[in-house]
Design a binder for this molecule. Sequence first.
Ligand code: KIV
Ligand code: ZN
Length: 550
Amino acid sequence: MNSAAQDSAQASGQAPAQDRIIIFDTTLRDGEQSPGATLNVEEKLTIARQLARLGVDVIEAGFPFASPGDFEAVSKIAQQVGSPGGPTICGLARATRPDIEAAAKALSAAAKPRIHTFLATSDIHLEYKLKKTRAEVLAIAPEMVAYAKSFVNDVEFSPEDAGRSDPEFLYQVLEAAIAAGATTVNIPDTVGYTTPAEFGGLIKGIKENVPNIDQAVISVHGHNDLGLAVANFLEAVKNGARQLECTINGIGERAGNAALEELVMALHVRRQYYNPFLGRAPESEASLTNIDTRQLYKTSRLVSNLTGMLVQPNKAIVGANAFAHESGIHQDGVLKHKLTYEIMDAQSIGLNDNQIVLGKLSGRNAFRSRLKELGFEPGDQELNRAFLRFKEMADKKKEITDWDLEAIINDETQQAPELFKLEHVQVSCGDHSRPTATVTIRTPSGAELTDAAIGTGPVDAVYRAINRVVNVPNELIEYSVQSVTVGIDALGEVTIRLKHEDRIFSGHAANTDIIVASALAYMNALNRLSDSLQSGKVLHPQHDEVQPVG
Ligand code: KIV
Ligand code: ZN
């Protein structure tokens, strides 16, 4: 069955053919649940558009009941990204009527909407979180699946903490959920506890012991607490799982979720090993997923920039060192024959797609059309601001590459909410002077305030001066500078994370002047902090109190 037929089978509530892997991306839901990764609506839309270009089958766009902001983000993604040829758009709902109603409403504009409802099945969750008996859970799960089914055909059910649940009880709950209309049953290793052999065995057990399992797709979801999430998923594939729930760069709660890029490239590079498990001829070259792997690097950068979650240099597939053959011995080996030390080509993840494209004389049309080719279609205001930034940059930097353009446009996407605006920053520093910074900031009331401070270094001085104006208590917990491209005139990208009470906020900015980038990144994080103080609490789907059913 081709992927369009597979999509339509699933949207109409039938179980699809099982000869390829469905990629379910939960960067915008589980990924965004990781501390400090909070995204605004525009940022979520930008990521959702890129996920669609990447070719994911399902985008879990959020938890609509959480807050008006989450509801709006899911609705907009459903409207603008959930077109008939696009991905399925999914909304998370606890197994309660209000959650399911909010998800159904938020998803109403999607051509292929999916409601994903969940209820824990492990004894530890039943006793301490849900305070319910097994009999109650066995009744609620199918009741809520059926309720979700009254709104959409495509319903996914997850028994939360399946990895630590009693398998016999799990089989009963899954059978009841499928009988009530679940088209996908997702098996979460919520706390990242299982090992590959155990997780594979769990999927095998489900296939063998749930009588109606052929009416649903088996999906897996897992956290990386022991660093085993990707290995667990690959073992699950061998045992019958056909949907993988993952996030870009593996972001997510605690140690994160299974990383999409690692799963996709493992299935791609080792497809001849996995083919037989999907009923294909071992030598088949056909892709096991719908992912356009050349979009992986770009998607990784976008998610890292917008969430402020940095990618470690040695991260598989998308880390800065993943394709850098720096050791002398390796370099020699690679030069003699690429395959000596390379199992995949940098081009296959789009790493070499960084062309020098524009310069000082390039006009607005050239700028707009290159952005379009890169997949960005900013509105007029955003485009104007980005074009001004581009011109400023072109004065300082001879050649502007695709990555520079992406850094500018990501920065512009990130501007909202701009409650406090940096108008001016100036520093004086050197080996015989005390670092001093002066800043001018426009406050939400429109007043322009100037203040100055001395610090241990120029960035510290700038942050102290900004704090004197903004006056919101916070602790800087992470600061990093990276260069976008090589060369002395490269753009510097600054990413910071700060803590206010028990919450973390991130900020990101790029500029050829790293002091300016540092100041803007800090303002960005402070604006997110101030905005969240104004907009109130966002519910956490797994940790906050469960509403009564009914
Ligand atoms: O980790 C988990 O169990 C989840 C569920 C909501 C699927 O994220
Ligand atoms: Zn999760």
